[in-house]
Design a protein around this ligand. Structure first.
Ligand SMILES: Cc1ncc(COP(=O)(O)O)c(C=O)c1O
Length: 471
């Protein structure tokens, strides 16, 4: 990220002064790791913080700085860092064995809880990640329907495997990205988000669609929101044309509601992919769904149906440590108001961050639902008011638009003031965040915006519009 005035930036200087050890580690990392990182989303200008430990809503870096954490383990930590019950469950299992290469009672207990909580999960198969879960769900859909094509929405993220890795931030025309075979891309129909008419045209067209896969509340956890009415229409259309509906609840599962978005919105898919919260901060993923579909992995059911079963291995499927963390986490979620608490703190945060934008006269907006908040930094310079911003009035393109240079600086300023956002477009709130965290975040937000104003030309809310609104 080239910065034209980087050398004069006080924000950058303050960040460097607070993070000398991170700077040194990053230099070493550059020798060993492409771009010095292990996950594309963690690319941070000029380098990211190096984590040391976490507790509740907070985390500390190797330079001794404390942060209010809105990265939340990429969404895995609904209960915050080091929840005592989760920690105890993992410790107890680690003392007994890491990997016994045998069936384990924990996998049954874990599966039972998922089945009890998630409406579509008649039975489940464990994987090691969300990426593996969507890969398996797509294979199951193709085997079950005998059809080749997958329908996806542009910008919806389903992991990094070949079937889904293009059309998220680039290759929105559906062409193959580097390393992906054009034949693979040709079997995906990539449609504009929420375009129900286009979905119907594709489903009705060749009758060759195995499944439609969607993030149920919209891409990037609702950055481009999907209205519930669209989900209902997708359910009806997939049923009508013999395609399967896959909800990717890798982020929303056990977070927007104990039963995921499907329980909250009353739309039941054929298959659901889960990861993150389900494994309580440990690696793990799940495909849950109709028994007749999952039975394509079942030896006896496939033999009885005289069909070739589909293979599925995985050294770490239902790893005992992940199962232990997952069970402890799901037990807390189903017996408490953890999801609702995280959502209510996020709602207060969104409102108060917008108040600050309004007071500072900046025509940006914080929006989102549940435990998420997203920043719309208004790169097109629309005449908007933070407090009344409605994302449904904007196109997907303008919601995803961003001024990377400005936002990279804002992210750094927030780190300097003790807040770690999830990248530079928002964050995820946990059930461990408190009103005190909100107060401290608001102070950091106001100061960061002022720091940014001091060295960047930020747009101003139009006075004419303000006066009109006040009347
Ligand atoms: C909606 C969604 N699906 C799938 C994935 C992939 O999960 P994983 O990172 O566990 O492979 C992610 C990861 O962020 C995600 O947000």
């Amino acid at each position: 990220m080239a910065q034209s005035n980087a050398s004069e930036s006080k924000i950058l200087a303050a960040y460097r002064a607070r993070t000398p050890r991170a700077a040194k580690l990053y230099e070493q990392a550059l020798e060993l790791l492409p771009s010095g990182i292990v996950h594309d989303s963690r690319r941070t200008w000029p380098y990211g913080i190096y984590g040391d430990r976490g507790a509740g809503s907070r985390k500390w870096d190797v330079d001794g700085n404390e942060y209010i954490d809105y990265y939340g383990g990429h969404g895995a930590l609904l209960l915050g860092h080091q929840h005592p019950a989760v920690l105890e469950a993992v410790r107890a299992q680690a003392g007994k064995g890491m990997h016994l290469a045998a069936a384990n009672e924990l996998e049954i207990e874990w599966a039972r809880r998922i089945k009890d909580m998630v409406p579509s999960a008649e039975c489940v198969r464990f994987t090691s990640s969300g990426t593996e879960a969507t890969m398996l769900a797509i294979r199951l859909a193709r085997a079950t329907t005998g059809r080749p094509r997958i329908v996806r929405f542009q910008t919806h993220f389903h992991g990094w495997h070949d079937q889904v890795s293009f059309g998220v931030t680039e290759h929105l025309d559906g062409s193959a990205s580097a390393g992906v075979l054009p034949e693979v891309a040709a079997n995906a129909a990539l449609l504009a988000p929420n375009d129900v008419a286009a979905v119907e045209r594709v489903l009705a067209g060749g009758k060759d669609v195995a499944a439609l896969i969607v993030e149920p509340i919209g891409s990037s956890s609702g950055m481009i929101p999907t209205p519930p009415s669209v989900l209902k229409a997708l359910r009806e259309l997939t049923q009508r044309y013999g395609a399967l509906l896959i909800f990717d609840e890798v982020v929303t599962g056990f977070r927007v509601h104990p039963g995921g978005a499907q329980a909250l919105l009353g739309v039941t898919p054929d298959l659901t992919t889960m990861a993150k919260v389900v494994a309580g901060g440990m690696p793990g993923g799940v495909v849950g769904g109709r028994r007749d579909i999952l039975e394509w992995i079942d030896f006896d059911a496939s033999a009885a149906a005289k069909r070739e079963r589909i293979n599925h291995q995985g050294t770490h499927n239902a790893h005992p440590l992940s199962a232990a963390a997952g069970i402890a986490t799901l037990d807390i979620i189903r017996s408490s108001d953890a999801c609702a608490r995280a959502s209510s703190v996020a709602s207060a945060l969104r409102r108060r961050m917008n108040e600050v934008l309004d007071e500072e006269g900046i025509p940006w907006a914080i929006y989102g639902e549940h435990s998420f908040f997203h920043l719309h930094s208004n790169p097109a310079g629309e005449d908007l008011r933070p407090m009344t911003f409605d994302p449904s009035t904007l196109t997907p393109d303008s919601l995803k638009g961003k001024d990377e240079r400005m936002l990279a600086k804002l992210r750094l300023a927030m780190l300097v003031h003790g807040v770690d956002l999830k990248g530079f477009r928002g964050g995820i709130v946990s059930a461990a965040h408190t009103q005190a965290d909100v107060d401290a975040t608001i102070a950091a937000w106001r100061q960061s915006l002022r720091d940014l104003k001091a060295e960047e030309r930020l747009p101003r809310i139009s006075v004419a519009k303000s006066a009109a609104m006040a009347e």
